[in-house]
Unconditional design. Structure first.
Ligand code: HEC
Length: 124
């Protein structure tokens, strides 16, 4: 870019201040977006872990879900069923048919799982 040499020292300082402000604004925005994306990723990863391992018994034993690499065949394939969040939550809270209730999980864990299943099966 062209430095405004003909404006003297004061002019140069002003330009510098503007540049600094702009750079700062960009950094703040980038940081905000990065942290939002990371939070979403972390929840997806937590949901996947609950599905494959942390929930007892693990959902993956009974259900097929491509995103989790799960190929269980006792319950319906969630890839086909594409349950929305509310449907997953209900099944986890009360159990359904052969599926036990998952009251050992916290409400937050059940929500993370429900969001995860709904999101990776594109139910929402
Ligand atoms: C012991 C095997 C088993 C495990 C473990 C299991 N499920 Fe199920 N699940 C089933 C069966 C069987 C059904 C079908 C029940 C019926 O419709 O009678 C079912 C149904 C569902 C449904 C559909 C509910 C509806 O409204 O039709 C969802 C969603 C679901 N399971 C999610 C999960 C999640 C998430 C986990 C892990 C926390 C899990 N399941 C763990 C066996 C299991």
């Amino acid at each position: 870019m062209d430095f405004p040499r003909n404006q003297g020292y004061g002019g140069l300082m002003q330009v510098n201040r503007k540049l600094t402000l702009t750079a700062h604004t960009l950094l703040v925005c980038a940081g905000f977006f990065a942290s939002t994306v990371h939070a979403a990723d972390a929840n997806l990863e937590a949901g996947r872990m609950l599905f494959t391992k942390d929930a007892k018994p693990a959902c993956a034993i009974c259900h097929t879900l491509a995103d989790a690499g799960a190929m269980g065949e006792i319950g319906p394939s969630l890839d086909d069923l594409k349950p929305d969040e509310a449907r997953v939550l209900q099944a986890l809270k009360t159990g359904i048919g052969q599926m036990p209730a998952f009251t050992s999980l916290t409400e937050e864990q059940r929500q993370i799982l429900a969001k995860y299943v709904a999101q990776v099966t594109k139910a929402h």
